[in-house]
Design a protein around this ligand. Structure first.
Ligand SMILES: C=CC1=C(C)c2cc3[nH]c(cc4nc(cc5[nH]c(cc1n2)c(C)c5CCC(=O)O)C(CCC(=O)O)=C4C)c(C)c3C=C
Ligand SMILES: [Fe+2]
Ligand SMILES: [Fe+2]
Length: 334
């Protein structure tokens, strides 16, 4: 008898988010970026071309600047990045709610720690013979969702007795996701003395050629934007879709958020709000890039009021959404 056979069968749920460095120092960031940017799902270039550029140039320069950015948002009490702190909160809250159903909830990062390998092994050792993989990306992309699945199945290659696995594709227009976004937007707007003239829906960008090659991410973002506009009775003009976080020289999906902000200030628009519906948790890309860099850009160009609407994080509606997804995806398993 092995340890698995001694335990009551349970269902495992593994929440997976992008990644995190272990600290804000040069080597921690370098290790993390090296793992992330060596993933062929993320950078579709031959290793022969890309690795010298990555190891020789990018990883000599970028970790310094990125380390300073992480330093500004780092959770010093827990010594973790915000993405790790919030993902852990989501998993722990779900675990409390789902304990009585014999569901074991864990969280992992695709890059860095806790690794998918360690957490799958933990779930297996806990006696989970059925595991739901829940990538925390509302919109499917090969660069995010698929690489999580790749990693899961790479780990499973080493198991003699594999658990049954289900993977979540996406939840781009799940009614509970749209409802949660709608309510967080309304909650924030109620705190303002004047309504913003525009509410930007900012999504992480993707190189255009990935979409041309068949990545459905752009369509998925449009699905979310359309559902949200519909729920809030807004037009495309009032609630535009924009992309952020461009990286490298490729042509990326547009319109780019910085260009749109510049265009608005040129038109005399003075109050905008920004939400990032593609992230289930606030992270460097929202706290630093949106709430800091784009706020400064808008204000420096004459804008008056910039409102950042936080991600769903551990809002009760986010937990409700994740519980709903889990119950839908494990149907027939209980
Ligand atoms: C070609 C490079 C990149 C692709 C493609 C890409 C897709 C992609 N990323 C996210 C979510 C996140 N990305 C984050 C940071 C980040 N992303 C890239 C590059 C690509 N992302 C880099 C180099 C970085 C590091 C920061 C930087 O150097 O600018 C994060 C934040 C992580 C954190 O710890 O806070 C998230 C989240 C999605 C959803 C996506 C595809 C749709
Ligand atoms: Fe990214
Ligand atoms: Fe960024």
């Amino acid at each position: 008898m092995n340890s698995t056979q001694n335990k009551t069968p349970k269902i495992g749920v593994l929440l997976v988010n992008l990644g995190t460095p272990e600290g804000t120092d040069y080597w921690s960031i370098r290790r993390y970026l090296s793992e992330f940017l060596s993933d062929k799902r993320v950078i579709e270039l031959s290793s022969f071309l890309w690795q010298p550029i990555l190891q020789g140039i990018i990883l000599s320069i970028r970790p310094h600047r990125l380390g300073r950015s992480y330093e500004r948002v780092w959770d010093k009490a827990q010594n973790k990045s915000p993405l790790a702190v919030i993902t852990q909160n989501q998993a722990e809250t779900l675990q409390i709610d789902l304990l009585d159903q014999h569901i074991c909830v864990e969280w992992a990062m695709r890059y860095g720690k806790p690794s998918v390998k360690d957490k799958l092994t933990f779930l297996k050792d806990e006696g989970c013979q059925k595991i739901l993989i829940l990538p925390l990306y509302p919109q499917y992309s090969a660069t995010t969702t698929a690489t999580v699945n790749d990693e899961v199945f790479r780990v499973l290659m080493q198991y003699r007795q594999q658990p049954a696995i289900r993977t979540l594709y996406s939840f781009a227009d799940h009614p509970d996701y749209i409802e949660a976004l709608k309510q967080t937007i309304q909650e924030k707007l109620e705190t303002l003395s004047e309504a913003p003239e525009r509410i930007l829906l900012s999504f992480h960008g993707l190189p255009h050629r990935y979409v041309d090659a068949g990545d459905p991410y752009e369509q998925e973002c449009h699905k979310t934007a359309a559902a949200l506009r519909n729920a809030l009775e807004k037009t495309k003009e009032e609630m535009p879709l924009v992309y952020q976080s461009r990286f490298g020289p490729d042509k990326w999906l547009g319109p780019n958020i910085a260009d749109v902000i510049t265009e608005y200030t040129g038109q005399g628009i003075q109050r905008i709000a920004v939400i990032a519906p593609g992230f289930m948790a606030d992270c460097l890309e929202t706290k630093e890039e949106i709430d800091h860099e784009y706020r400064e850009l808008f204000l420096s160009k004459g804008g008056k009021e910039f409102t950042y609407i936080p991600c769903l994080n551990d809002h009760p509606l986010a937990i409700k959404l994740l519980k709903k997804i889990i119950s839908q995806e494990i149907q027939g398993w209980i």
